[in-house]
Design a protein around this ligand. Structure first.
Ligand code: BGC
Length: 906
């Protein structure tokens, strides 16, 4: 206990420091609201190249007083930075709008033009009618809004170049670039931007995403050279796909590029990809997402991306048909090298074989430094595991060769890192190295979609922090423009089941709004004409139609976007397609029972019948759809789908509920948890079904799980809602098989695909995110951060930490769309402390539980008594009231920081 308290104090100092640093940059006036910060446009800060005609804005409010709200706002948008400085809203001046919306505010100005940059700022008014200063200026820039804006052609080639003479003073230049595959754009000898593995993986024949770069300062008056390297990426990858339709989309990679160069005086020159480009074979001999890159440095052509290079031996680039799909702006964080890692150790299990241990299972590649004679071939092979003798174990990589081969050019020190592949690995085997490598010869390059961090969770029980660390890594290493299942074998697909199971966790841990907005569109692109959806998006693998636990990612992700970010537009945009999806389900549900299935409760330990699981999803989907209709004001449809949902529920109970044994289907944890979670159980049987479930966990399995990744997503929050957080906690901190803790104890640094500790050729990835759904439970239950009842986007918050067993403290914080929400609590006998932060314009219920036997409860907030003698004591600023229900005290508070301390006698 002492130790726990001391750690809590240390941690509080950190949290305090963090909050202090977090608020740096906020300028508070003597009184009244401070300038808004965190300006976002379509969830992105200062996005370049968006193609939404009516973008949405959000900002974060600050106020030195508690219980403050925005009562009005004003947005100014100008066509120039100087205009905005003068407070000119020549593009849009919203005027003073009476509204407390600080998120999802829809643009309503003049129509926005292709390629133009807009500058904006916002101010707000508080409850007393005081105006804040204007925010600092933010900007957003439109991409190419119509197909006619694109003047180039798709061209193919491995290495492409174009030289151009530009006369005049360049005032502004933008490059719009995409590829079927991956590209690296270079101008005058330097790489443009920091994106790697760009563009995103999409259903290319339907949609290709382009990226916009500001290249104004890269170009100069006179000769300029553009160089592009192309890799195949997902566009040319074809192996192992059962269906010819999803084989390689294209034979060779192709480029579509356009650079708009504006000169002083108003002239614009367009440099576009077309047959005037030159092409040749570069040093990349082959590249494949799964197999790695083969690079021969002897084939480098120094200066190829610089002006003045002699390209007379190069041939003319071939124009190709390319994609006829929509060209859309890539409006999400790009894939980047986000970090570099030192290897932890190096071993030489056999002569000439060097195995580096990164100490962490990661996604990306390595950078290798070496010196040696020309023609020396160095091979890097990647693995998640090693054999007892120290050699790498690659049996679980399936058909992925996952290796990079570099041939030295023999000129001094050479540095190599690949461009158009990535690996999932902890160990790197180096063979053929000239000499003996040292730890310094190699750096790990951590690569994934560069989503920002949004949340943190830490608790007094170390195993929880370890699991949180595994979730963190598994989540990030499985973000590669789509949410992937794994990062190492020949799969790495957008398996929809994995995506839906972990989206809530991801949204608490990371800034996911733009990422899922994109993925939801990917799902819509992959929908079949009959309304059904594939297992993977973009569709490459799996069943057609997908299992319902996978298809259901479509309504569920839309729903989570609504809940977490208040995104009504996503519901509206997807409504018709979702309706089609529900119609498909309905057409396969004879007598209201849906029976198509195949994955069920994937990687389960006790089998739950797939037709039962499918039917539960059917019910879930129909009832969500009915809610969406209600939110969009379509009351008739809401009612009719609501009715359908209740028919499905009745049929489900008739078909799968055994009232004699109080079990659903065959009574597995998954079966009963799903039914209880979705409130399917007839009232009079609820308690008994609960008992079936908890008995199975406690007595049937000695407090262990038998679920796969589908069941566990329901089980943990369900147990908390049943008042059994203690049991959920026991499962969460369990360290014997099967459990998350078991993975930690067995040395995992990312979550496994299976509960079992397996190696060998069968399916056993050591980096899957799908069991990571428990991460959401960490925030909701242990941290206590929840959406308020019926609330979305954290306007109303419920802070309800579950103070369980030997947990002495926990602390969670989430940067929500409305600002930071945090909750930190600590327990010691006779006393419970809860510190919370509620953003301006939000409010919260703060649930402070007393210990079961406690009497004479006194609760203070910031030292002031707010509860005493069985009564709420008013007067504390920001606290609006409190109620008691048994040993639970619930305070209603407005925005601000609060420190509640409950004491009592035992
Ligand atoms: C993937 C899983 C996926 C499953 C479904 C596996 O190969 O790795 O994560 O959901 O297939 O069939």
């Amino acid at each position: 206990m002492f130790d726990g308290n001391r750690r809590w104090q240390v941690m509080r100092t950190f949290v305090g420091l963090f909050l202090f640093l977090g608020s740096a940059g906020v300028v508070y006036g003597a009184e009244g609201p401070a300038a808004p910060t965190g300006l976002r446009c379509e969830y992105l800060s200062n996005p370049m190249g968006i193609d939404v005609q009516k973008p949405r804005f959000s900002w974060v409010l600050h106020h030195s007083e508690r219980a403050q709200m925005q009562t009005a706002y004003q947005i100014l948008i100008a066509g120039s930075a100087e205009g905005l400085d003068r407070d000119a809203g020549d593009v849009w001046d919203s005027g003073k709008v009476d509204s407390n919306d600080s998120t999802q505010v829809v643009y309503a100005g003049k129509s926005l033009s292709s390629g133009k940059t807009y500058y904006w700022k916002v101010r707000s008014w508080d409850t007393a009618g005081n105006a804040s200063p204007y925010s600092a200026a933010a900007q957003f820039e439109m991409g190419l809004l119509s197909r006619d804006d694109w003047k180039g052609q798709w061209i193919e080639g491995n290495l492409l170049r174009k030289e151009i003479d530009l006369q005049g003073r360049i005032v502004r230049a933008r490059a719009y670039v995409t590829a079927l595959g991956y590209y690296e754009l270079r101008i005058n000898g330097e790489k443009v931007g920091r994106n790697v593995l760009d563009p995103a993986f999409t259903t290319y024949p339907k949609r290709v995403l382009y990226t916009t770069y500001d290249v104004s300062r890269r170009l100069r008056s006179g000769k300029n050279a553009f160089g592009v390297m192309l890799g195949g990426g997902w566009a040319t990858l074809g192996r192992r796909f059962f269906d010819p339709e999803v084989g390689p989309y294209y034979k060779t990679p192709a480029l579509l590029l356009q650079v708009n160069i504006e000169f002083e005086g108003g002239k614009t020159v367009f440099v576009v990809s077309d047959g005037s480009w030159k092409a040749t074979q570069g040093p990349i001999v082959s590249d494949s997402v799964y197999d790695g890159e083969v690079y021969d440095a002897r084939r480098e052509q120094p200066g190829w991306d610089q002006p003045g290079f002699d390209d007379s031996t190069w041939s003319a680039a071939q124009t190709v048909e390319g994609s006829k799909g929509v060209l859309s702006a890539q409006m999400m964080p790009p894939i980047r090298v986000v970090d570099s890692m030192m290897p932890r150790s190096i071993a030489s299990p056999r002569p000439g074989v060097f195995v580096f241990d990164m100490g962490q299972n990661m996604s990306g590649w390595v950078q290798l430094r070496m010196q040696g004679p020309a023609g020396t071939q160095v091979t890097l092979r990647f693995a998640e595991l090693v054999y007892p003798d120290g050699m790498i174990n690659r049996e679980n990589l399936g058909e992925a060769k996952s290796r990079d081969i570099y041939t030295l050019k023999g000129q001094g020190e050479e540095t190599y890192e690949p461009r158009f592949t990535y690996h999932g690995f902890r160990y790197v085997e180096v063979t053929g190295f000239p000499g003996t490598p040292s730890l310094d010869s190699l750096r790990g390059r951590v690569v994934h979609t560069a989503v920002g961090a949004a949340g943190s969770f830490v608790a007094s029980k170390q195993i929880l922090n370890d699991i949180q660390r595994l979730i963190h890594w598994s989540q990030l290493t499985n973000l590669f423009s789509i949410p992937t299942d794994c990062d190492q074998r020949n799969e790495r697909q957008g398996w929809m089941g994995d995506a839906q199971a972990t989206a809530e966790e991801a949204m608490m841990n990371f800034d996911m709004a733009a990422f899922y907005t994109n993925f939801i569109r990917d799902i819509r692109d992959a929908q079949f004409p009959d309304g059904s959806l594939p297992d993977t998006v973009p569709r490459k693998y799996g069943g057609v139609p997908g299992d319902l636990g996978w298809q259901t990612a479509y309504p569920l992700l839309c729903w989570y976007m609504w809940q977490q970010y208040g995104d009504r537009r996503i519901l509206a945009e997807n409504y018709d397609a979702l309706k089609k999806y529900v119609a498909f389900l309905r057409s396969h549900a004879q007598d209201n029972v849906y029976r198509l299935h195949w994955e069920g409760d994937w990687v389960e330990l006790a089998h739950t019948p797939g037709d039962y699981i499918g039917d539960v999803w059917y019910y879930y989907d129909v009832s969500l759809f009915s809610k969406m209709a209600q939110i969009l004001g379509k009351s008739d449809e809401a009612a009719s789908y609501g009715q359908l949902a209740s028919q499905v529920k009745d049929a489900l109970n008739r078909t799968f509920f055994d009232a004699h044994t109080d079990n659903y289907a065959n009574g597995t944890q998954t079966a009963n948890a799903m039914a209880l979670f979705l409130d399917l159980v007839p009232k009079e049987h609820r308690e008994a079904v609960q008992r079936s479930l908890t008995d199975d966990i406690v007595y049937g399995h000695n407090t262990h799980l038998t679920t796969g990744f589908i069941g566990v997503k329901f089980l943990m929050p369900l147990l908390t809602s049943l008042g059994r957080s203690d049991l959920a906690y026991d499962l969460a901190v369990q360290t014997t098989y099967p459990s998350w803790g078991y993975m930690v104890e067995r040395g995992a640094t990312t979550l496994w695909e299976l509960w079992q500790d397996k190696a060998g050729p069968a399916m056993n990835s050591h980096d899957h995110i799908m069991f990571g759904s428990v991460g959401a439970w960490f925030y909701n239950a242990l941290g206590g951060i929840n959406l308020g009842p019926e609330s979305v986007g954290y306007q109303h918050i419920r802070i309800a930490p579950q103070i369980v067993e030997d947990l002495h403290w926990a602390s969670a914080s989430v940067d929500t769309i409305r600002g930071t929400v945090s909750s930190s609590w600590s327990y010691s006998p006779g006393s419970i402390a809860i510190d919370v932060t509620v953003p301006v314009s939000s409010d919260a219920q703060v649930v402070v539980p007393a210990e079961a036997q406690m009497t004479d409860v006194v609760i203070r907030e910031g030292g002031r008594v707010v509860w005493e003698d069985g009564r709420y004591v008013s007067g504390d600023p920001g606290v609006k009231g409190a109620t008691q229900q048994g040993r639970i005290f619930t305070f209603e508070v407005g925005s601000g920081n609060y420190s509640f301390r409950l004491t009592g006698s035992e």
